[in-house]
Write a protein that binds this ligand. Structure first.
Ligand code: NAD
Ligand code: UDP
Length: 313
């Protein structure tokens, strides 16, 4: 049926790091946005500039409970993303992934909305192949301390596909690789925010393990552009969105200290259980299907992020 109104978007987790950048983008596109959040790791400041705008609404709600709204698109991001936050109450994290996605898919089905799930590279677990393509099935420990999150996201993907097969619900699945940028919480616990905050405060940089484990970091603006392109397309298989520029955690620490204060000490701490040794996205599908690839280098993205932390710490 043709729609004669502005696109009505529901952004779950909209007060969080990625969610708030997505809200900005949708508002700038002239669309309607309902931002839904329980503020467990999100902040009202992230979206405060839109409060009072006629196309913007803010709802405090927990996605583990159903909700009825009239919308066209659901961007389902609600879920803690940093290991220290998702491991704080792992049962709640698993409930958020399963019940949250189930409730949002139920809503999508009722109002015939399209749902985009924010999935993660964590579904590949501790990968035996590098880079990870979407066809890689993963190596995940179902009883490990990351399982509440990575198994949670795997069942969330399963639910999306079963809603698609059973009810023809329109879905999109973005597998997000480590993303960084302005608005990460200073106490978020993720590596880039930790290293920047430590260096700015003159505290030692905490390297977990020997620091030879790798990650590939995507700047938030690139990530949000990929997410929006995916929602706008018909493609419904999972798509990796990330920056294939892979770096060891030790080299990342050197890059950040070089930019802030080269005299800062590094200290080694125990590597957390289940910490993946390597991670790098294969992004052929994103290039072919969405015409997307990252445009912002780690060097440039770090400069912007460091400036933001300097102004906001
Ligand atoms: P974030 O913690 O900043 O944002 C998550 C938001 O969801 C917060 O605002 C939080 O308050 C809200 N939330 C959590 N549980 C909720 C619940 N039960 N009901 C309602 N709201 C709830 O994290 P982020 O980095 O912005 O991540 C957003 C999404 O992207 C998550 O689903 C995460 O799994 C996914 N993701 C992020 C990354 C990354 O590098 N940032 C990587 C992979 C996947
Ligand atoms: N890490 C670290 N010091 C920190 C925080 C994280 O060495 O202060 C390491 C962590 O062990 C992991 C990598 O950095 O190997 C990325 O951690 P993060 O929590 O950012 O993301 P994830 O492990 O979920 O990819």
């Amino acid at each position: 049926m043709a729609r004669f109104h502005r696109l009505r978007n529901l952004v779950t987790g909209g007060a969080g790091f990625l969610g708030s950048h997505l809200v900005d983008k949708l508002m700038e596109r002239g669309e309607e946005v309902i931002c839904l959040d329980n503020y467990s790791t999100g902040r009202k400041e992230n979206i405060s500039k839109w409060i009072g705008h006629k196309r913007f609404e803010l709802i405090r709600h927990d996605v583990t409970l159903p909700i009825q709204l009239e919308i066209d698109r659901i961007w389902h991001l609600a879920c803690p993303a940093s290991p220290i936050h998702y491991q704080f109450n792992p049962i709640k994290t698993a409930k958020t992934s399963f019940l949250g996605t189930y409730n949002m898919l139920g809503l999508a089905r009722r109002v015939e909305a399209k749902l985009l799930l924010a999935s993660t590279s964590e579904i590949y677990g501790n990968p035996a192949v590098n880079p990870q393509a979407e066809s890689y099935k993963g190596s995940v420990n179902p009883i490990g301390i990351r399982a509440c999150y990575n198994e949670g996201k795997r069942i969330a993907e399963t639910l999306c596909f079963d809603y698609k097969r059973m009810h023809a619900t329109e879905i999109a699945i973005i597998r997000i690789f480590n993303t960084y940028g302005p608005r990460m919480l200073p106490n978020d616990g993720r590596v880039i925010s930790n290293f920047i905050v430590q260096a700015l405060k003159g505290e030692p940089i905490t390297i977990f393990g020997d620091g030879n484990q790798t990650r590939s970091f995507c700047y938030v603006e690139d990530l949000i552009n990929g997410m929006v392109k995916l929602m706008d397309k018909k493609y419904s298989l999972p798509v990796n969105i990330g920056n294939p520029e892979e770096i060891s955690i030790l080299n990342l620490s050197k890059l950040i200290t070089k930019k802030i204060n080269p005299n800062i000490n590094l200290i080694h701490k125990e590597l957390p259980d289940e910490d993946p040794l390597q991670r790098r996205p294969e992004i052929k599908i994103a290039k072919q299907e969405l015409g997307w690839e990252p445009t912002i280098s780690l060097e440039k993205g770090l400069d912007t992020t460091i400036e933001w932390f300097k102004a906001n710490l």
